[in-house]
Design a protein around this ligand. Sequence first.
Ligand code: SAH
Length: 455
Amino acid sequence: MSAPKNPRQSTDASRPQVRPKAEGWEQPVDAEGRPKLQFAQSKQAKQPPQHLADLTMEERVAKAQEMGLPGFRAKQLSVHYFRHYTADPEQMTDLPAETREQLVSEFLPPLLTEVRRLTTDDGATIKFLWRLFDGAMVESVLMRYKNRITLCVSSQCGCGMNCPFCATGQNGLTRNMSAAEIVDQIVQANRAIAAGELDAPTAAEVAEEADHAGLGEETAFADETASEADGYSEISAVKQGQAGASSDGSTSATGPQRVSNIVFMGMGEPLANYKRVMNAVHRMVGPAPEGLGMSARGITISTVGLVPAIRKLADENLPITFALSLHAPDDELRDDMIPVNSRWKADEAIDAARYYYETTGRRVSIEYALIKDMNDHLWRAELLAEKLNARGRGWVHVNPIPLNPTPGSIWTSSEPEVMQAFVNRLEELGVPTTLRDTRGKEIDGACGQLAAAED
Ligand code: SAH
């Protein structure tokens, strides 16, 4: 295939154009020979047993009453789970001994069993591998930064979006995760933090974060989200009196004591599991003990670009942070990098992101994994800026991410000076841009490396 025909190509026409292709695995195709997309789980897929975190408080109370128990038992159990992160009947001494086991088995069936844990960044990053009730495996990655703790959660077992550069999609979609399976990743992470198992980042890591942030204009910290970048999350947590980033004393020198930020950037396409993901989000933001009392601004939903679902999310009226995995501004390349581009083109996805901003007032993020000689050409930075600026100013922030590399593959991270030039060009054209830090590379815990194989 020839290089994309774009007038801007002239600015760096000498650079080669590497084309996307699956390496080391066969990308499944549909009847027309296009990369296969799975928007729904198979009819045979089973969901785990119902759990307290699948239900609103009202529904929990009704369920306790159906069991012939007073409704307030549901509330007591909720306190154990959402405030003390426990599902152990032994610790529930406020519940009558004779109904404790029954309550726990009805409301708190075990959902995630820890199989393995890998630690890196001197203990400030932990990757958890979980086994679910049916043997499916998923991962979450917990990262402590100076002033926040971020958990990268999975929303599906596998993924049906079939992006050739992402490890998660290589085995297709097994099934959707339930709301409670999504939430339990946070509760278990909070339990580990409370037990002192997540260390503080070293001075060097903090300095490196600050360094990355220096590339962007307004960013205090260098990883994922505009909400973190604009500093809203902590303010809103205080205002709402929620136990978000600061109300538990978390911005003190010791840092937060529980997960303050969620990124839906683990395994799965969250908007392909819309109902359960939204139910999980309601548990995250619901005040304790209905939920975890987190700030919606600290929650980032990232999508390949399921346009109708993006618009629906915008209309939810929740100040969640939204991120679009664009990775290429031109359809010629994006068609091959992101198979769902066959349904919704780059411009439609950007329009939907703009709609998200208009509807919620929340600045959106564009994710852009920088891949050597594939999508890192300056003309693409220019085309991206042009497309974003055509839709207004101040509504969007670009987060380039160095691709998590497999050396020698066509999927290799751009050279540092190429990344810098890409970032600079966007900045010069008035687009706020922050090169994102990729925690957890050494343990395959970084974006696109989550494949959940048990060795
Ligand atoms: N399905 C969602 C969320 C999961 S992936 C989405 O696509 O947005 C989270 C981010 O990691 C996405 O932007 C994804 O494109 C990116 N990613 C996938 N593989 C990667 C890799 N090898 N290196 C860097 N980022 C990668």
